[in-house]
Design a protein around this ligand. Sequence first.
Ligand code: NAI
Length: 254
Amino acid sequence: MARMLEGKVALITGAGSGIGRASAATFAREGATVMVADLNEAGAEETAASIVANGGRASARRCDVTQRDDVERLVAHTIETYGGLHCAHNNAGVEGEYGRTLDTTEENFDFTYSVNLKGVFLCMQAELSHMLEQGGGRIVNTASIAGLEGAKNLPAYVASKHAVMGLTRTAALEYGPKGIRINAVCPGPIRTPMLEKLVATNPRMEQAAIAAVPVKRLGEPQDIAEAAVWLCSERADFVNGHGLVVDGGMTVGS
Ligand code: NAI
């Protein structure tokens, strides 16, 4: 079967770990050349090296998605290096501190929002400018099932992910007519370092999450990577402004 992203250039943020790392490898598996971006440069280098070792094309770059200059330079560097930018997976995110609304500090709120929301906003602005000139493109933002419903003890995170859904839907309306499709992926609980940090704070969380998932397992980063690649492929050509839930059925009812 033909690969889904042959000849495309993809930029993935938060690709030094977890979901972003699996996404980068999967974009490469499907034929894309991948710019692996992360605040954690060592993690990004490791992801890119593993793609290259498996016969793919990739390179790494440090980028803090909360900084406009960093993001603009990342997009410019991708285009200079690989001649274009066809697909972007805006995935970098933080969980913030665990605690109820009254216990959430302003610092935690601002920090969580700056990475999860402003980061996606800045990335979309830089990517869209180029994709408009290029005449098209595909963007997928990592939201969460916490972008669709409430979740106790993560108020800033939940609010930031709802806002990512708002940005995604709005940009899909604005730029769909220009040949740019913008979607989101909404993961349920996925076994990554982020989830491990939350489980360390609340050890019962892992079993509670598995119990709440109808297919009775945590998700793996690969589950989300496959969805992101599909959303960026021509096979999803009529999918725009959508939040694709990948949660083993956790949110469909109880
Ligand atoms: P992770 O912690 O393994 O990876 C997140 C990556 O983002 C890290 O490599 C980190 O260095 C990077 N990052 C953090 N701040 C950054 C910044 N300012 N600039 C650039 N990179 C930055 O976590 P995971 O689980 O892979 O998370 C990826 C995305 O998936 C996040 O947006 C997260 O909110 C979302 N998500 C995760 C779920 C889970 O259960 N693991 C569930 C739903 C959504």
